[in-house]
Design a protein around this ligand. Structure first.
Ligand code: HDD
Length: 741
């Protein structure tokens, strides 16, 4: 049929050319075509998913594909078709009245193709637009069973999950490594319904009441006139808001710390932020805060790396997550809870713990006061098959709860319970986005919601209402004890309607001081540098002055350092809260596993291929990732990449950049400007360097055998034993900065 239609069209074209007499086409002689690359001509069905794409929706942690996977893929048969399944013989030319004539409106294939394309984009998320996701599984260890009756916390229970990490402020195409809070949202597809833990990598928030959310986001987003700067808080409106709305100071302090520029999504903590209420089988309640603890430890970039990455590899975090999962280095996090009694304190006030108001989302509870108890482990083990279908269309909601997990009266959480469904109705085009494969619960769904835009269900029965007799009373109600969203009996004190907050919400500085005081000297320097950079990007002097005055309420020395950097007078001294410190907040001074770290191996044309091969294998065997950096692409030691004696080049001198590597092994030192930059950056960013080349070759870099974090070894076998202790501390913080860059 397709061929016949084409013949008709060709004939019409020839006729039209003759009638209009236009053009230089000789009737019957095909016009010369530009040379084109040849496509394979044997029809084959759609390619099966790549091994790392096993996470088809619906996803199964065992890898077993469910029956409707093929349907969800919407790619059946081996031929190109229209959306109606009619085979297409030519998708490169539109129908025209003659070869040089106008295009015909009757060409349905043309109109369908372009119309669909015109509607391919959906609105990006109003916040957290830039993100990356992965499938995985959560396995409970049973430790939460005494405080929570949710089935997903029963010992050994396995629950499929999808996680989406994100930045907050940037647009969908913005860079990954900007200074910002990171979203850490997890969807647990539990047998009792879906639970969403929609958290961040920072345990406190900018505002105490959801009614301020549009204000803080308007202030943080680019200026409305020029729409700059993109994806960052280093501008006047942000600091204007934060310096005036002082409850934002604690979160701002976390953002200015190294937490604002994570090394990788795999190396970030996550926090539920709010206090939640758990209910156990006996109906007893406890208050909790949720924590994700990464097995790889908490690591950050240094500021210069973050800036370089934003230009060299704006997808650094997205790529890092996908590559690790594809390589089988599955990232893992422990889920933990801090548990607080659900009682009233000596003043008769509920939801208080050691004087910390658990309903105030600008406060966290130091781990030293309430230890984080591990209740299970999450492993991310499959990349999405299709970014749009899964990562873009997934819809999280803090109100997606299962029996045993309930909300509290935190006024920020209460507002969130409204916002997410509301935004998704406009973002995903109507009220039925829950039917999208990625959003479908893995528990049976039998609701009485009907019709609406993009309805894909064929609902049966005649009585989507209750009570009914026509559908035999279906669907039935759960028993009082096994439903979700069951209100825990709470006494609400005789209340008057107010627009106000409790007095315990008035302290805006003490936890910023606690955080700052818990940092090591290096981390404090980074914080001062970040404030000085961000405020230095502001134009309005009064905003800078006001924010420096705010810092004086947190730490006077910090305020003076920042003021000096900005060329402002030192602010007056004001009383600062006397607080304890929480060593758990510091990222430095601890040792972390080296699994999944990226090791650059720098070689020249003259390098010993057998030694490089051995080194590469040793890195692999130690669960790290070797990336060989050579003058040109291709292979070393022969052209057959499968040959045991051949090394495949991962990066060339031109495509490499230091930001990717956690450590560098110099097999031979090239004489090359690009690799000079590599070494000087590795040096400046205090990353581990091992050299098989003599140390005196490095004199121009200011690097000697005594430089902290540098090891010089004689043979390939000695490299990893020397390098691993250095990787454990992440960076050689005691390495002095070079005299000149
Ligand atoms: Fe939110 C998205 C986390 C307060 C309104 N939020 C969103 C995402 C994360 C968070 C991780 C991205 C989810 C995804 O990957 O799809 N939000 C938080 C945390 C908060 C918080 C940890 C405070 C503790 N958010 C918050 C408030 C409001 C919102 C107070 C509104 C009153 N958040 C939204 C939203 C988004 C969203 C507008 C944008 C896209 C979406 O929900 O689906 O509804």
């Amino acid at each position: 049929a397709g061929a016949a239609a084409k013949k008709v069209a060709d004939a019409a074209g020839t006729l039209a050319d003759q009638v209009i007499g236009g053009g230089d086409v000789v009737p019957g002689v095909p016009a010369p075509k530009p040379p084109s690359l040849e496509e394979p001509t044997d029809p084959t069905g759609p390619l099966p998913p790549k091994p790392d794409q096993k996470g088809a929706t619906p996803f199964s942690p065992t890898g077993a594909e469910s029956a409707d996977t093929e349907d969800a893929a919407r790619q059946q048969g081996e031929f190109l078709t229209t959306a109606q399944g009619a085979r297409v013989a030519d998708t490169d030319h539109s129908q025209k009245a003659g070869r040089r004539g106008p295009t015909l409106l009757q060409d349905h294939h043309l109109r369908e193709k372009i119309t669909h394309f015109d509607h391919e984009r959906i609105p990006e998320r109003v916040v957290h637009a830039r993100g990356a996701g992965a499938h995985g599984v959560f396995e409970a260890n049973g430790a939460a069973a005494s405080v929570c009756r949710a089935g997903l916390f029963a010992q050994g229970a396995q629950t499929e999950v999808f996680v989406r990490f994100s930045t907050v402020l940037g647009s969908r195409g913005s860079a990954d490594t900007v200074r910002d809070t990171r979203g850490f949202a997890t969807k647990f597809y539990s047998e009792e319904g879906t639970w969403d833990l929609v958290g961040n990598n920072i345990p406190v928030f900018f505002i105490q009441d959801a009614i301020k959310f549009p204000d803080v986001i308007h202030a943080g987003k680019p200026h409305p006139d020029r729409e700059i700067p993109q994806a960052q808080s280093a501008h006047d409106t942000f600091w204007d808001f934060v310096s005036l709305h002082t409850e934002g100071q604690a979160h701002a302090m976390w953002n200015m710390s190294d937490r604002g520029i994570p090394r990788s999504y795999r190396m970030m903590e996550g926090f539920g932020v709010h206090t939640f209420r758990l209910i156990n089988a006996a109906g007893e309640t406890n208050l909790v805060k949720f924590h994700w603890k990464p097995h790889l430890g908490v690591h950050s970039l240094v500021w210069e790396e973050a800036q370089i990455a934003a230009g060299m590899d704006p997808d650094l975090h997205r790529r890092d997550l996908a590559d690790a999962i594809e390589a089988g280095a599955f990232p893992k996090w422990d889920l933990g809870i801090q548990v607080f009694p659900d009682t009233v304190d000596s003043n008769g006030v509920s939801e208080m713990f050691h004087g910390i108001d658990l309903l105030d989302p600008t406060k966290f509870v130091p781990e030293e006061l309430a230890p984080v108890q591990v209740i299970g482990t999450m492993t991310l083990n499959a990349n999405p098959k299709n970014y749009f279908a899964e990562t873009e269309q997934i819809a999280f909601h803090p109100g997606h709860l299962v029996p045993g997990i309930d909300v509290t009266n935190d006024p920020l959480l209460q507002g969130r319970l409204f916002s997410y469904l509301d935004t998704q109705i406009s973002r995903l085009g109507g009220p039925n986005f829950g039917q999208l494969p990625i959003n479908r619960p893995h528990a049976p769904v039998n609701d009485m919601l009907r019709d609406g835009m993009h309805q894909t269900a064929d609902h049966v029965g005649v009585a989507p209402y209750k009570p009914n007799s026509l559908d035999g009373g279906c669907p039935f109600l759960a028993g009082a004890d096994d439903g979700a969203l069951v209100e825990v009996a709470q006494h609400i004190a005789d209340a008057q309607v107010v627009r106000d907050a409790p007095a315990t919400f008035d302290d805006h500085y003490s936890q910023a001081t606690l955080f700052y005081n818990s940092m090591t000297e290096v981390e404090k320097e980074h914080i001062a540098g970040a404030y000085t950079f961000e405020l230095g990007k502001c134009y309005e002097e009064n905003i800078k002055v006001r924010q420096v005055e705010q810092l004086a309420h947190i730490d006077h020395d910090l305020a003076v350092t920042v003021a000096t950097g900005l060329g402002l007078p030192a602010p007056a001294k004001v009383p600062v809260a006397e607080v304890v410190t929480s060593p758990a907040l510091s990222q430095i001074g601890r040792e972390w596993p080296s699994d999944g770290r990226l090791i650059g191996i720098l070689v020249t044309e003259a390098s010993d291929v057998a030694a490089v091969k051995a080194l590469e294998q040793a890195v692999f065997d130690d669960d790290m990732v070797p990336l060989v950096i050579a003058p040109t692409g291709g292979t070393l030691g022969g052209s057959d990449a499968d040959d045991a004696e051949t090394v495949t080049v991962s990066r060339t001198y031109r495509t490499q950049r230091s930001i990717e590597f956690d450590a560098l092994v110099v097999v031979d030192l090239p004489a090359d400007a690009n690799t000079d930059v590599l070494i000087s950056e590795m040096f400046r960013h205090k990353k581990a360097i091992a050299s098989l080349a003599p140390v005196d070759q490095f004199v121009d870099f200011g690097l000697t055998a005594d430089t902290p974090g540098v090891v010089v070894v004689d043979e390939a076998a000695g490299v990893l034993p020397a390098l691993k202790p250095l990787l454990a501390t992440h960076r050689a913080w005691d390495r002095p900065d070079p005299a000149r860059v």
